[in-house]
Design a protein around this ligand. Sequence first.
Ligand SMILES: N=C(N)NCCCC[C@H](N)C(=O)O
Ligand SMILES: O=C(O)CCC(=O)C(=O)O
Ligand SMILES: [Fe+2]
Length: 329
Amino acid sequence: MATDFKSIPIIDVGPFVAKCDDPNMAQDPIVCEVVKQLDQACREAGFFYVKGHGIPDPLIKEVKNVSHRFFHLPYEEKLNIKMTPAAGYRGYQRIGENITKGIPDMHEAIDCYREMKPGVYGELGNPMEGNNQWPLDPPNFKTLMEEYVALCTDLSRKILRGIALALCSSADAFEGEIAGDAFWVLRIIGYPGASNEKSEELAQNDIGCGAHTDYGLLTLVNQDDDITALQVRNLSGEWISAPPIPGTFVCNIGDMLKIWSNGLYDSTLHRVINNSPKYRVCVAYFHEPNFDAAVEPSDICVKRTGGIRKSGKAVYGEHLVGKVQKNFV
Ligand SMILES: N=C(N)NCCCC[C@H](N)C(=O)O
Ligand SMILES: O=C(O)CCC(=O)C(=O)O
Ligand SMILES: [Fe+2]
């Protein structure tokens, strides 16, 4: 459980991503410095901004632009790619369809997951099988998002190399059975602006996304540059804003990394409230373990936290399917 942080640290990963695949990286002072910053941010807040990540700014912006265009379409048109359980929970969900702790969220979204060959994960994988449903307009929507996902996957793998060095001095700890074949999720999310007909008090209560933790290893949040809506809970229960900082991603820890680190790092609670009159878009990339990964506290983290295992084994796919089956009306 995080600390009483009052703001979210900014980490320039530039020098790190350039070196993180060198065999001698662990001896490099620049690498060590970034690893130290990652470790501190993960312990204190479970949230940090990533700067110097190398993903081109025009792509980051274009991903949000096409998302705005999609959400602006008439509802009937958005329904062409409607999410259903039969579609593997992939596609468009209307406002109020996603539920957090029993309460409908004030957002709409397109959910996409890594595609899998039917049957590869047996019964367990069955609920998530299906092709992603992409909008046909603009025509480059699918290729743009796929290019974006590939770059986010690569960046997440690199950040995880830093986190792995901090936790267990072996940079590739997550690259085989844990997340060598990451079952990523892309959520393209739209939050309507607070309407001015409503009283301010009512608008304050419109929760775009209720308090939750993310499910996997790491999340990369690409949010609109002009609206502050994401809030992160610190130890004493205060909600600390994560305002947009152009050129950065907000990165946070998910449940599976909490388990693997035996609680050394926590998946911090966060929520979204869009009090601005403007429509807000966020494209969240979730870097998750392999679908069939059995995640449990690593021996080294258990040792470092006093020798007691704080949780048993969690199969990521089971965790995900359990969440997804509860999350929609
Ligand atoms: N894949 C992730 N992390 N999605 C985040 C959505 C969280 C809200 C969801 N209704 C819930 O209650 O989990
Ligand atoms: O909209 C945001 O800034 C974050 C969304 C989020 O927390 C999520 O989808 O898990
Ligand atoms: Fe989240």
